[in-house]
Design a protein around this ligand. Structure first.
Ligand code: SAH
Length: 399
């Protein structure tokens, strides 16, 4: 039997949980934390008067110590509960399953679909489960059991993202069905993307940037010289090239990015003369490009929230404006910058003010052309707006 524990909400958190029905449990929001022993235990949040507030599970993530999954006292957290959530989420993705030009999307988006700590992605007949705590992983048998009867699949894979620091646990990620012959090719808006579900924490690209990639291909890339920084497997360059860019340069620090980027480029018959791949620290590249007086029409900035390289430490909440400034130095007159961040604690306003600071310190002005947020399959829970983590701004630099 699963343990049940009653956690008493601290008085100054009553509003958050009782009125606002916030789904994430904070350790500092409850009194008797000594009760938190076994991840996967059922948590009943109660107020000081012993009355029921909400029910969820104990599972440590960097954000909090668990998720409230229901505010109904009678609702149990069991196979039936999970089945209901899965059916609802699958129904909401019906249109995605019918699309022929896009064969990869998010099927289940954590608390946005009612179960914090779990995401499920679809890659042409293969599914990938991401488990973000030991607690949610302890429900895996109930969840897989219901899921496998709801969809057709060739194979299911998983990533356990809950070692000590919330990192990925390296192991064979295959779960059930038949093994894929990776890399497999999926499509996004008819562009081919190479994906490997069993090769470390990352699969080859990020589903959440779909709308940005589409806009780049359809509206922005044509005729432009493009610098793609923090390029990973070069997917932004692929969409640029297919949108008839004049040239692209993809820069990433990781040695493996070269081979992975080449793979994506070849899959899409890209011209390797016009589309260069450079393995280098982007901060070194910025210096080099400035010295050589290189100038780009469009620069793509999609850094991780935190990055440490030999001579630089980058923290998105503090240093974003630095990469804006460095970009402006190697941007043509009236050039474009596509800036992206997935840092939850930096909201759109804070992001824009960093951009503004950077631009003004370079003695320029800017005009926002377009903003992007998460695509439709990345559902957001209106009680947890922080889940709307992705902020992307396309802006033009003016004198
Ligand atoms: N823009 C990519 C995703 C970027 S993931 C896409 O759309 O698919 C972050 C990448 O930044 C990783 O590939 C990592 O190797 C790279 N990176 C981290 N620090 C870097 C640095 N100092 N210079 C260049 N690349 C860096």
């Amino acid at each position: 039997m699963r343990k049940e524990i009653n956690l008493i909400i601290k008085p100054n958190y009553h509003n958050l949980y009782k009125e606002r029905k916030f789904p994430l449990v904070f350790e500092k929001g409850v009194e008797n934390t000594w009760k938190l022993q076994e991840e996967g235990s059922i948590i009943n949040l109660i107020d000081g008067e012993d009355s029921f507030v909400g029910r969820g599970y104990y599972g440590n993530q960097n954000k909090g110590i668990g998720w409230i999954l229901t505010y109904k006292e009678k609702e149990k957290i069991d196979g039936k509960f999970f089945q209901k959530k899965l059916i609802t989420s699958l129904n909401k993705r019906k249109d995605f399953y019918y699309k022929e030009d896009t064969t990869c999307f998010r099927v289940f988006n954590s608390i946005g679909d009612g179960i914090g700590g779990l995401t499920i992605d679809y890659y042409e007949d293969y599914y990938l489960f991401n488990w973000y705590s030991k607690g949610i992983y302890s429900f895996k048998d109930e969840i897989y059991d219901k899921f496998k009867n709801l969809v057709y699949y060739k194979g299911i894979y998983q990533k356990k993202r809950f070692d000590d620091k919330g990192k990925y646990i390296e192991e064979d990620d295959f779960v059930m069905g038949e093994r894929g012959k990776f890399p497999i090719t999926v499509k996004e808006n008819n562009v081919k993307i190479s994906v490997d579900l069993n090769d470390g924490p990352m699969v080859g690209f990020f589903l959440d940037q779909r709308e940005t990639r589409r806009a780049l291909m359809e509206k922005y890339a044509e005729g432009k010289t493009i610098l793609n920084t923090f390029s990973y497997t070069g997917i932004f360059s692929v969409f640029s090239a297919l949108g008839n860019s004049k040239s692209t340069v993809s820069v990433d620090l990781a040695n493996r990015s070269l081979e992975k980027t080449l793979q994506q480029f070849k899959l899409n018959d890209m011209d390797l003369e016009k589309n260069k791949i450079i393995v280098e620290d982007i901060f070194e590249y910025f210096e080099y490009a400035e010295k050589k007086e290189l100038k780009y029409d469009l620069i793509i900035l999609d850094p991780p929230s935190f990055a440490k390289s030999k001579n630089y430490i980058f923290k998105a909440d503090k240093n974003y404006k630095d990469i804006i400034k460095k970009s402006i130095k190697i941007l043509k007159e009236r050039g474009l910058i596509l800036a992206s961040t997935n840092l939850e604690k930096m909201d759109m306003d804070k992001f824009i003010s960093q951009i503004k600071e950077g631009v003004e310190e370079e003695g320029k002005r800017f005009k926002i052309i377009e903003k992007f947020r998460l695509p439709e399959d990345f559902k957001i829970n209106d009680k947890y707006p922080e889940g709307n983590y992705l902020k992307i701004i396309m802006f033009k630099i003016l004198n």
